[in-house]
Design a protein around this ligand. Structure first.
Ligand code: TRP
Length: 325
């Protein structure tokens, strides 16, 4: 019996070495943190997970995934990340800017791959997109503020005042605020900003904006996006169009955006993690910025409710996606 056991242990060891399979406790750990649940971040998380499967990773067999959501609480986020460090994660995936900023505290020991960080330089994560220098790389959804606000002007050439609604604690939104300010200055528009750090503050900020603006711009702000269906209702009632930073917000009732496909961004995040697990240096994996192949997303129901007539040439553009809901 003892001999049989020894033999089988040797056999296991040999096949283990030959097939490269390790004991379960040694399989790589990929830990994914997300600041809050909303449609777009969930889409990124799910497409990342799916693409990892396509790349051959099987949960519990040759990889161990841990997905955690912080419910938009910075304290919870920090304790999630410290657990990831404690359990010796091999890679941390950080979805959205607030998550990435918190994860950067651990990058000395664990490579960090961020996902959907709108402005990695402005938010202080990285200095050089082509040669990441801090054990941090990832994917960026660079919001095309100019194109979104140009669309708004094309639809309403008489637009004069734009409201900008955001959480002032989100570096991603602050970066987009600067871009919106520059656009407004150039086009002689007035930008009225209103911020809050939680949903109820943002709700009151919106009500104030509604009495002052011709349109509202809600950029890719995680706090705003996480409750956008409720937030946008009052604007739609007052027939003020809300332009958004992402397609998910348009499907949740905002009027329109010009934006990227987040499923593709999630997939690319998986490819970066795969390269790191295969031994590639983070510094050899440039940040991938998603800013091309943009679609114009318009919510058809909201269009009807607002009673807006789309300009003819917009209707003829191939990249217009009408969202019905
Ligand atoms: N770009 C955002 C960030 O940097 C994250 C994000 C992705 C997002 N898709 C979104 C935020 C849609 C709001 C809505 O944090």
């Amino acid at each position: 019996m003892k001999r049989l056991l020894t033999l089988s242990m040797v056999a296991c060891l040999v096949t283990g070495i030959l097939t490269g399979c390790q004991g379960k406790e040694n399989i790589p750990k990929v830990s994914v943190a997300q600041i809050v649940e909303h449609k777009s971040l969930n889409e990124i998380r799910d497409s990342f997970h799916e693409e990892m499967k396509v790349l051959g990773y099987k949960d519990g067999e040759n990889i161990q995934f841990d997905f955690k959501d912080a419910g938009n609480q910075r304290n919870t986020l920090n304790s999630i990340l410290s657990t990831f460090e404690g359990n010796q994660s091999d890679v941390i995936v950080a979805i959205a800017t607030p998550t990435a900023i918190a994860a950067a505290n651990y990058s000395e020991n664990i490579p960090v791959v961020f996902s959907a960080v709108s402005d990695p330089i402005q938010s202080g994560l990285i200095d050089d997109l082509t040669h990441p220098d801090k054990n941090i790389t990832g994917t960026s959804d660079e919001i095309q503020v100019d194109q979104i606000l140009s669309l708004a002007l094309e639809i309403d050439p008489n637009m004069k005042k734009i409201g900008f609604i955001y959480n002032s604690g989100e570096a991603n939104s602050v970066a987009n605020l600067y871009k919106a300010k520059a656009f407004c200055k150039e086009h002689n528009l007035t930008l009225i900003e209103a911020s809050g750090t939680n949903i109820s503050e943002i709700q009151s900020a919106i009500s104030v904006l509604l009495n002052q603006c011709d349109a509202i711009f809600a950029p890719n702000d995680n706090t705003v996006a996480s409750s956008i269906s409720a937030l946008v209702e009052s604007a739609n009632k007052k027939k003020i169009p809300v332009y958004a930073g992402a397609d998910s917000m348009v499907s949740d009732g905002c009027f329109a955006t010009v934006g990227i496909n987040y499923t593709e961004l999630g997939k690319e995040t998986a490819h970066m993690v795969d390269q790191i697990l295969k031994g590639k240096n983070v510094s050899d994996i440039p940040v991938k910025v998603f800013k091309d192949d943009l679609n114009i997303y318009i919510n058809e129901d909201t269009l009807d409710r607002l009673g807006i007539q789309l300009p003819k040439n917009l209707n003829q553009q191939e990249n217009v996606v009408m969202i019905k809901k």
